[in-house]
Design a protein around this ligand. Structure first.
Ligand code: ZN
Length: 204
């Protein structure tokens, strides 16, 4: 399986990182080795002094598809989870400044945490009004709603499937809202969709 990630999909997050608003979705990949094994803590890698959390709604693809039209995109998933796109922000800044690809900063081992459970789209009442948040040590640091995405989930699926064949089990990270920041050793992270606890983990 592969992990397809969308960058710059929430206006206020684009502003906080001083990025340009893109004309098309920003897309990058993580390999399956980026997944944090279930039940493991988050380990901060030795090559970064500034690993940021990015809380994101995650779509699990359930059918093979390529060149999917937006109006058919909802046939390719039926549940939504929550994840963390961990980012070595210091390394990313260096790579961006040099015009180089982001993989070392975004796709390293254990840079993708995904909730064990996914919630059926029916139960969420669709995908256009999903609240989600991250608490660190009991304090809410990120709060988002899918209605604020620059490109909605179906548009993202249509867009990325022009370039990459989607397979059952592939994961789509849909971008992070404002409030990203650095992780510290011993932080306790709790991710929520609505009031439902989706993951709880700690930083080692
Ligand atoms: Zn992200």
């Amino acid at each position: 399986m592969k992990i397809i990630c969308i960058g710059r999909n929430y206006a206020r997050h684009i502003d906080e990182l001083d990025n340009e608003r893109p004309a098309e979705p920003v897309v990058f990949l993580k390999p399956d080795t980026a997944l944090v094994p279930k039940g493991n803590p988050i380990f901060l890698p030795p090559f970064s002094k500034e690993v940021h959390y990015e809380t994101e709604l995650v779509v699990r693809i359930n059918r093979l598809g390529k060149g999917i039209a937006p109006q058919y995109a909802h046939h390719y998933y039926n549940e939504i989870g929550l994840g963390l796109d961990l980012t070595a922000r210091d390394l990313q800044a260096e790579l961006k400044a040099a015009g180089l690809p982001w993989e070392k900063a975004k796709a390293f081992d254990f840079s993708a945490l995904v909730s064990k459970d996914f919630i059926p789209v029916d139960e969420l009442g669709g995908t256009d009004n999903i609240d989600f948040s991250l608490r660190i040590n009991g304090k809410t640091v990120q709060q988002g709603n899918s209605r604020d995405m620059l490109w909605r989930i179906d548009e993202l699926i249509a867009y990325v499937s022009q370039f990459f064949t989607l397979r059952t089990g592939d994961l789509l990270f849909t971008g992070t809202p404002a409030g990203v920041g650095p992780l510290h050793k011993d932080d306790i992270l709790e991710g929520y969709i609505g009031n439902r606890l989706m993951f709880k983990t700690r930083v080692k």
